[in-house]
Each structure stands twice: as C-alpha cells, then as structure tokens.
Design a protein around this ligand. Structure first.
Ligand code: URA
Length: 203
C-alpha cells in the first residue's frame, strides 16, 4: 500500500517511491523514474509512463519523445530548467504497454504528493492518461488540447491551496507519429503554455 500521509518531506516521498514494490511493475523495472527538474517551478509537465530509455537512465523524457518535447519547449522559449517533469506512473510497463487502471491507482499518491509539494500554477498533461489523471474527465485529448482549464481547488486529492490552470497537449509520441504537420499543431499549443507562463511571470 502506498500511503501518502507518511511523507512529511520531499526526500521521504522520493525515497518511498524509489523503494516501491506496491504493484507488479516493481519486479520488471530497471529503475523507478521519480521525476526531474527544480522543485521551485511554476510549470509541471506530466507524461504517462517511463519508456525503455527512461527505465535505463532513471529520468523522464530522455528518449525520442523527450527529444521532441525539448524541441517543442525550446521552440516557444521554455527550457527544461524552468519545468518539473514527472509521469502518472513511475515504472515502465513491459513493452511500453498502456498503464493499467490498477497501476495508475496504486501509483496515484506519488504524483498527487509531488503536486502538493510543488504547487505549480500551470500543469501540462501530455496525452490522454495524464489529462484523465489531472482533470478526471472522459473528454479526449484531441478536444482538450491547447485549452486553458481551471483546476478546481481541492480536486484530485490536491489541497485547497493548490490553484492552478491545466493546459493539456498531445503526447510527444503522438506528435512523432503525426510528423511535421502534427509538430506545427503542437507548437500552437505550446505557444499557449508559453504565453500563460509569461503572463504569470509578469504579474
Ligand atoms: N513517455 C512518457 O510518457 N514519459 C516518459 O518519461 C517518456 C516517454
């Protein structure tokens, strides 16, 4: 059982995630991919699950999807040093299959606790799994992408003091599959993220 009430510091949370064997992925992973980036950030990006390269290196978005994510961020003037990146589940599903409902539920307290510590003002879920996690919605990413959505205070187990907007975008793996046309569409959504971030920085 993963119990988030037992973590009073970020380090306790991280150590608990790194030791976790609460679901079957504990037996097949190489490394737990907890997340990366500075802890004082306004923007948190949430992916789905580690892939092969992330499982090898222990950091999120270090493979092909990561290179594309960097390209999209850089194209709108955002560097990795300005964002914290984490995934809905912390361990790689074998053969990069979709995470199961049980794996997501078991891992859920880790990401919820990360968000409670980080208190981002902008949350960017990449793709359907992360968008569903954050917004508890059945509406698909193709409808929601690029929209600025208020995260209701106290939703998804976050405390009332977490006020944030959510800007869902396509998962970089989907952008990769769609080629340059999909890249251009994704750039439009990343421009929304950059505008929202710069208006926060100016306020
Ligand atoms: N895809 C994800 O969703 N997360 C990663 O960390 C890498 C690829």
């Amino acid at each position: 059982m993963v119990n988030k009430l037992s973590w009073s510091t970020w380090d306790e949370l991280q150590q608990s995630a790194l030791r976790c064997t609460a679901c079957d992925l504990g037996a097949t992973r190489t490394q737990v991919v907890f997340g990366s980036g500075p802890k004082s950030v306004r923007l948190v990006i949430i992916g789905e699950a580690p892939g092969a390269e992330e499982d090898r290196q222990g950091f999120p978005f270090v493979g092909r999807s990561g290179a594309l994510l960097d390209r999209l961020l850089n194209s709108v003037g955002i560097g990795r040093a300005e964002v914290y990146i984490a995934n809905v589940i912390k361990c790689r599903p074998p053969d990069n299959r979709n995470p199961s409902a049980r794996e997501i539920a078991t891992c859920r307290p880790f990401l919820e606790a990360q968000l409670e510590f980080l208190r981002p003002e902008i949350i960017v879920p990449l793709g359907n799994f992360a968008t569903r996690f954050i917004l508890n919605t059945k509406v698909g990413i193709t409808k929601l992408r690029g929209q600025i959505i208020d995260l209701p205070a106290g939703s998804m187990g976050t405390p009332p003091h977490l006020r944030a907007v959510v800007i869902p975008v396509l998962h970089p793996a989907a952008v990769l599959r769609g080629g340059e046309a999909a890249f251009s569409r994704a750039q439009v959504d990343f421009a929304v993220i950059a505008q929202t971030l710069s208006s926060l920085l100016a306020s």
